[in-house]
Design a protein around this ligand. Sequence first.
Ligand SMILES: [Zn+2]
Length: 146
Amino acid sequence: MDSILLAAALSLAESAAPRSAGSTTARLCEAVLDHLEQRIAEPLEPPADWQRPAELGCRCQYCRDLSRFLASPSESTWQLKAVQDVRSHVEQRIQLDQCDLDRTTNKLGRPYTLICTKNQASSERRVRQREQDLADRERLMPLNRV
Ligand SMILES: [Zn+2]
């Protein structure tokens, strides 16, 4: 959901102006609440195995290897021994696509080796999002009961 709509709904919900059923304000708040309810209904379990979201915004050879690794339920680490340009490219992609990966660079031998280890970052983001959604729903609810 667009955070702008959420902000608008919250600010309308908390303004003193009386709301009537069917008003634009009420409909906006309902739409935002619907969206929050849908997200709140999604399961929150941490990942059951090593499989992680593997959609990447680049299709080069290295990113395809990375994507294959992310999709694997059994592999937890991946090593990329490659020149700096390649390692930087892959690291940038990991950041842009918010991959569930911790990264270190092993500087033994040349070229260096980028070591990626899977983590639960996106699961933890969902937990924080859930807390925020519940708080936002709380703020929108009183208005919606009118
Ligand atoms: Zn790439």
